[in-house]
Design a protein around this ligand. Structure first.
Ligand SMILES: [Zn+2]
Length: 881
């Protein structure tokens, strides 16, 4: 035995993970191999540089690494593209908060200095994230790190903006947008969360201009917006108000009048049937205002304070929106114009970053005319060029894409890609240019200034699958790795990101950016709650790696990757998978200590049933795992491996192999050593994509330190072997039956007992061929073969499908206890018989259930009846003792 190859006695994940990780990195193991046959690529969804990785990242990244490592082992040239996202608004907020804590506002620093601070933070956060990814064992190509704001990506962003602008697909327009008054920027519809909140309905009287003693009553949840009212609208068919259409009303608190207009948008059944119209502060009113040519009166500043336009009464100017609301309510009441106030629950939109109440706000923004981009993207999924897994997410995608609105891409932020557009002081021309222009493209004047805004962060993310590969250049990587094979992501960003990548990819490369979209569930805590810092239920992946090792965490995550919306993460499962890793380690150690001079040999054709069986089982496991991974059923792959390694290999095979290893048949011993090593070699390869560290370590112990599992091949084929499998299944059935009786009767684990087996000659022959193994595993002192109809007095009986196992009770068992056991089983059997009889006497069941089901129940009844009879016999015998 080679002492140098013996792994450490106890499994210490932190030590092996460090060693292995350093080896991989030093050998550039994650770069695409040049001699690969076929290519495979995944673009890592770039994590935001907003802090550190959470469990959701660990989950998604582990799934991708499993695919990448598995494909690398198929001999392909594999690229897993790494990068980080600048995450515009999110990152700017992180840095603003840090400055806030020091009492500094970003405006105090100025744009350039602030952006420098964000770059400093990016270096810090990005470094931390990359370190965490390495701890998790991700086999990303570390030499190809990209950032959405690096030179290359910025170039691609600019190119796309300019091409779309030149085609007329990017335009500038004054529109109502969702305005975040805390972040002072436009945000997209997707960034607004609408939730029910308690509020009020204020009913306000608007007096007639020509007869102020009479009035109309309108109800509103935002009374302060009346400052910007342009009209009161009623439904054209509403008899109550028909005569009022065209009449003027006095706008309360303001020294001006507004007309009553008719518009079918008004629901006459709702409230009073009169609606105030504030075109500049409500999306529906905006459309009504455009139809009726109403003035668009903006009442707010960027921070949602009342502005100082001259149509606004002086006493409200400069007030915060909620302060203004209170003052105006008080004034309305004082003037007798507040008709009534009702409590009212209604939907309020809040910014998903700032949680501030969003205001519809009229501003100049840049838009992408999206319909033309959306059509080919819809077609790509309809035609099957892109496949969603699970498929039902296609429906979600189609629904959104078919109702898609133009995309507002400008953001009033400092952190991001600045819009390459220049405005002229002397004319209306907007100069859009790849380089900083010297003068206006319209009039040639030199008084030009660049747009202050930056692009929505999803603009650069939308180009990610091809901008990272060298687009717009026709690079070798584009040629080889684009389209990528699969995008792995959560359903929460199908619209933000997946849809936009498909639109941009089709538009600029003519190809789909990825062929499959695997949508995984979102990770919840053990109780199914969303993980959040405020709830204190966050499970930190790094902490889990420190406690249990990366392999145990990865195995747990793979095992949890079921199709569905949510998965629950229970830390206990990571702990128990750490025990699985221990089992893997200890079993392998046993194998190494008993290997002699043997080496794995994939071509071996063993004669011994135990050896033939385990190779056939390895083959089944390999095929099953491969198929499960092909179909993105990660939980199934993990389950197959768990059962094969723990049960088939460690519990059954290694124990059964001891008979040959410790015996004196040299040929059997040698064959068993080789098969033991060959099977170990096989399942280390199969388990590697999920648990790379422990398998790499053991693989090097198995093959010598120069060997590298990370760049080794997948498992080869072994013959299936029905005969050996059937024999070993019989042996395992008998052993399990004996073990279960031993357990029930509290026989000491080490105690050897006697057994007798009654069966026909064919079954006997199969079992007898593995007599030594059977005796060793069941801890038998002696084994006697009986005729198939033999009976044994005073013995516990295990009735199997085609054999009966008798364990003589003398000296083995406490008669009173055994009687109690039989009594208990009799009661159970009786209850089963009654239950099944009742079912079969129910005409509803017998007449309506499928014939096969009824037949199955009849069979079960017969079985339980027979069992009952047998137990009665055993009871009688035992009583006679
Ligand atoms: Zn000009």
């Amino acid at each position: 035995m080679n002492e140098a190859l013996e792994p450490k006695k106890t499994y210490d994940p932190s030590e092996i993970e460090q060693t292995v990780s350093a080896q991989w990195l030093a050998s550039d193991a994650f770069k695409p191999r040049v001699d690969g046959h076929g290519a495979y690529s995944i673009t890592l969804p770039p994590p935001n540089v907003t802090g550190s990785l959470h469990m959701g990242h660990a989950f998604s990244d582990t799934i991708q690494d499993i695919l990448i490592r598995w494909q690398r082992m198929q001999g392909k040239s594999v690229l897993w593209q790494l990068g980080l996202d600048h995450a515009g608004i999110a990152t700017q907020m992180v840095v603003e908060r840090q400055l806030d804590a020091k009492g500094i506002h970003r405006r105090d620093l100025g744009r350039d200095t602030f952006v420098e601070k964000v770059w400093e933070w990016k270096a810090e956060s990005g470094g931390m994230i990359l370190g965490q990814m390495k701890r998790l064992g991700l086999s990303l190509d570390w030499s190809r790190e990209r950032f959405t704001m690096d030179e290359h990506s910025s170039h691609a962003v600019q190119e796309v903006f300019i091409r779309l602008f030149e085609e007329g697909l990017i335009y500038r327009g004054k529109r109502l947008v969702n305005w975040d008054p805390v972040l002072e920027t436009a945000v997209s519809d997707l960034e607004v969360q609408h939730e029910e909140e308690e509020g009020h309905f204020w009913h306000i009287q608007y007096p007639y201009a020509d007869d102020p003693s009479k009035h109309m009553v309108v109800a509103t949840t935002r009374p302060e917006t009346l400052l910007g009212d342009g009209a009161v609208a009623v439904h054209p068919d509403d008899e109550r108000y028909r005569d009022l259409i065209g009449r003027e009303l006095i706008l309360p608190l303001c020294n001006r009048t507004i007309p009553v207009i008719a518009d079918a948008y008004v629901d006459p059944e709702f409230g009073t049937g009169c609606v105030k119209i504030t075109p500049a502060h409500d999306f529906n009113d905006y459309e009504v205002g455009k139809r009726h040519n109403l003035p668009m009166r903006n009442i707010f500043t960027n921070t949602a304070h009342i502005n100082t336009e001259d149509f606004i009464p002086e006493q409200y100017q400069g007030l915060d929106r909620y302060e203004a609301r209170e003052r105006m309510i008080a004034d309305l009441e004082a003037e007798g114009l507040l008709y009534k106030v009702e409590a009212h629950t209604h939907k309020v939109g809040r910014g998903d970053r700032s949680h501030a109440v969003i205001e519809p706000y009229l501003t100049d923004q840049w838009y992408v005319a999206i319909k033309e981009l959306a059509e080919p993207a819809i077609e790509a999924v309809e035609s099957g060029d892109i496949r969603f897994v699970p498929q039902h997410w296609e429906k979600t995608y189609f629904e959104w894409m078919r109702n898609i609105q133009d995309w507002c891409i400008s953001r009033q932020l400092w952190w991001g890609h600045r819009i390459p557009a220049w405005y002229c002081a002397d004319c209306d021309h907007i100069t859009v240019s790849r380089d900083t222009p010297a003068c206006c493209g319209g009039c040639g004047g030199t008084s030009i200034r660049q747009d202050e805004d930056v692009l929505d962060t999803w603009f650069s993310s939308g180009l990610w699958p091809f901008s990272t590969l060298g687009w717009p250049e026709n690079s070798e990587e584009m040629e080889k790795f684009y389209s990528t094979n699969v995008l792995v992501t959560g359903f929460d960003i199908i619209f933000f990101w997946v849809a936009r990548m498909i639109m941009m990819g089709k538009k600029f490369t003519g190809k789909v950016p990825f062929k499959d979209v695997y949508i995984h569930a979102l990770i919840r805590d053990a109780q199914g709650q969303k993980m959040s810092k405020s709830k204190g239920n966050v499970v930190d992946p790094l902490e889990m790696i420190d406690l249990y090792g990366a392999d145990a965490l990865r195995f747990t995550l793979a095992h949890m990757a079921t199709p569905g919306r949510d998965v629950k993460l229970d830390v206990k499962r990571i702990e128990s998978n750490r025990n699985f890793m221990n089992k893997v380690w200890n079993a392998s150690r046993f194998v190494f200590m008993n290997r002699g001079d043997a080496r794995p040999d994939a071509t071996i054709q063993p004669v011994n049933d135990v050896n033939r069986w385990i190779l056939a089982a390895l083959n089944d496991c390999a095929r099953g795992t491969h198929k499960a991974l092909e179909e993105y059923r990660f939980n199934e792959a993990a389950g197959l491996l768990y059962n094969f390694i723990w049960a088939s290999y460690c519990d059954w095979y290694v124990e059964a192999a001891k008979v040959a290893l410790y015996g004196d048949d040299e040929a059997a011993k040698e064959e068993t050593r080789v098969v033991m090593l060959t099977t170990l070699d096989g399942w280390l390869r199969l388990l590697h994509p999920i648990c790379p560290f422990i398998t790499e370590t053991l693989f090097q112990e198995l093959h010598g330190n120069e060997a590298r599992l990370v760049s080794a091949d997948w498992v080869g084929d072994y013959a299936s072997d029905d005969q050996a499998v059937s024999r070993m299944n019989r042996v395992m059935d008998v052993v399990s039956a004996i073990r279960s009786i031993r357990g029930e009767m509290n026989v000491a684990p080490g105690k050897r007992i006697e057994a007798q087996i009654a069966a026909d000659d064919a079954v006997k022959a199969e079992l007898a061929s593995q007599e030594k193994v059977l005796m060793s595993l069941a801890k038998l002192e002696s084994l006697e073969w009986l005729a198939s109809d033999a009976e044994v007095e005073s013995a516990a009986v295990a009735p199997l499908a085609d054999a009966r196992v008798f364990l003589p009770l003398a000296g083995l068992v406490n008669v009173a206890e055994e009687l109690a056991r039989i009594e208990k089983n009799l009661l159970r059997a009786e209850a089963d018989v009654i239950k099944l009889k009742a079912r079969l006497s129910n005409p509803k069941f017998v007449d309506s259930a499928p014939e096969a089901v009824v037949a199955k129940v009849r069979g079960e009844l017969d079985e339980h009846k027979a069992k009952y009879e047998e137990l009665l016999v055993a009871q009688t015998k035992l009583k006679a003792l």
